[in-house]
Design a protein around this ligand. Structure first.
Ligand SMILES: [Zn+2]
Length: 277
């Protein structure tokens, strides 16, 4: 019945998809389901909805977007009539980010799934929250929390305490290093993960936005590496009286936990955020 789905805790599933190796989640109570993230296009969202129906006969009660990125939200249109829930920053960020993704996919006709991604309607969340949002699925409550900025301005984690499962969105990645894009908050990310760690028990399963489920030790190790990136950004920036070095030079001089070429946006954003005080 659950072919392709992995049950990571009692009635908490995750499924990985080949395109950008993104994951989607399903959490069931006695009354219905919560779907977490909707993949990168309307077609992919519709395929996900079919997989959800094959998994459980229960109705979907709501959809939660872990953050605004297209690979987690552009399938939202496949769940019409349902509440689509996200952090309050997400609707505006989705509208603002759309053109960039369309350009990215239109510029290179060989990029997989380009036409279907670009053809997907932008369906922004209908229900937003600032700090937390809870849903009773029937005999089981789940809570989404915003614990600070990091990968984006609006990453939320979904906690299912009775099953000891935490869906972390892209605050944690397993199949690639964490993604520092031009909308990231590299200096705030590790403190955010510190607050996420406060929700965890020793046996909690952490489900990343990309890759296989991990444990709490993995989350703490990735938090430490992200803290190293922030510390290097501060060290390389120097004092407020000095001009910051060019980003390329900072990337060369830094001691980074991941390949320097992945961290250009992290350094540029970190320098800018330090300048803003
Ligand atoms: Zn993302």
């Amino acid at each position: 019945m659950a072919d392709g789905w992995i049950e990571v805790g009692d009635r908490c599933w995750v499924r990985r998809f080949a395109h950008v190796d993104v994951s989607a989640g399903v959490i069931a109570g006695e009354a219905g389901l919560l779907v977490l993230d909707t993949r990168a296009s309307l077609r992919q969202g519709e395929e996900l909805a079919a997989h959800v129906r094959a998994l459980s006969g229960l109705p979907v009660l709501a959809v939660l977007n872990s953050h605004e990125h297209f690979d987690h939200t552009w399938g939202n249109g496949a769940f019409p009539g349902l509440p689509i829930v996200a952090h309050e920053s997400v609707p505006a960020a989705m509208r603002a980010g759309r053109a960039r993704i369309e350009r990215l996919y239109a510029e290179d006709p060989t990029v997989p799934f380009g036409p279907e991604v670009v053809a997907s309607p932008l369906v922004v969340p209908t229900q937003t929250f600032r700090d937390s949002w809870s849903l009773d699925l029937g005999g089981r409550a789940v809570t989404a929390r915003f614990l600070g900025r990091g990968h984006t301005a609006g990453d939320v984690v979904l906690h299912v305490p009775d099953a000891e499962v935490l869906y972390a969105g892209d605050l944690i990645e397993e199949s690639a290093p964490p993604s520092f894009g031009d909308d990231c908050y590299p200096l705030e990310w590790a403190p955010t993960l510190e607050r996420v760690a406060g929700l965890l028990g020793e046996r909690t399963v952490v489900v990343p936005g990309h890759g296989a489920p991990v444990g709490t030790a993995y989350l703490r190790a990735q938090r430490d590496d992200i803290a190293t990136v922030a510390a290097e950004i501060r060290r390389l920036r120097g004092t407020a009286r000095e001009e910051p070095p060019p980003v390329a030079e900072a990337l060369r001089r830094g001691r980074w936990p991941w390949k320097a070429e992945r961290l250009g946006d992290a350094v540029a954003r970190g320098f800018a955020q330090l300048a803003d005080g």
